[in-house]
Design a protein around this ligand. Structure first.
Ligand code: ZN
Length: 201
């Protein structure tokens, strides 16, 4: 923990002064351009990957970057999506998956999740993606295929949220699917059928 408290001190001493003007403006303004929905995985840091400044990205991170399809009743993910779209009026939503995702690996390799029943239940939101990769042989290829299919499936789930559906119908919102490759830093932008193009080398 000491490295974190040291980090806070270093932030206040070295980083904050250079951005003081930005933070003064942000103190009364919150107008992010995009909603980023990614995995809770510690290795995939949205502001680092996108080089976004404070105030630019509204972020939701869940295990496996899963977005439950809309269902009546409050939950944190749905509320955050609704707020980002209906109140903050973000113009873009990115769902970002990543290589070596623990959640996707567990599903692809059929790990025993009986000791983590809540995780097992949560991962059911990836059922459609799992079904789409049923024919792919087990191994790294299967994990990679599932990671991609999962981004597509979560984009579909996202579109079932009324706030998102309305914004899409009014053409004021664009959805994007990304996959981040941890060892190379490459970000692949997926198209609707899952074959991607690199955003940058
Ligand atoms: Zn992950």
């Amino acid at each position: 923990m000491q490295n974190f408290t040291g980090g806070v001190a270093r932030f206040q001493r070295e980083i904050f002064p250079a951005k003081a003007e930005l933070f003064t403006r942000l103190a009364t303004h919150h107008k992010p351009q995009a909603l980023y929905i990614g995995c809770s995985d510690a290795r995939v840091v949205p502001e680092l990957i996108t080089q976004g400044e404070p105030g630019e990205l509204f972020v939701i991170r869940t295990a496996g970057n899963l977005v439950p399809a809309y269902a009546p009743g409050a939950n944190g993910v749905t509320a955050s999506i609704e707020y980002a779209v209906a109140v903050l009026d973000v113009s873009d939503i990115v769902v970002c998956g990543h290589s070596a995702c623990g959640a996707m690996t567990a599903l692809a390799e059929g790990h025993d999740l009986s000791g983590v029943p809540t995780v097992a239940e949560w991962l059911r939101h990836a059922d459609a993606a799992v079904a789409r990769t049923a024919g792919v042989a087990t191994g790294p290829e299967k994990v990679g295929a599932l990671v991609r299919q999962n981004v597509s499936a979560q984009l579909a789930n996202l579109a079932t949220h009324p706030s998102v559906a309305q914004a899409l119908a009014e053409k004021r919102l664009t959805l994007h699917g990304w996959v981040f490759d941890i060892p190379t830093g490459r970000v692949e932008a997926l198209d609707v059928v899952g074959a991607g193009t690199a955003l940058a080398a």
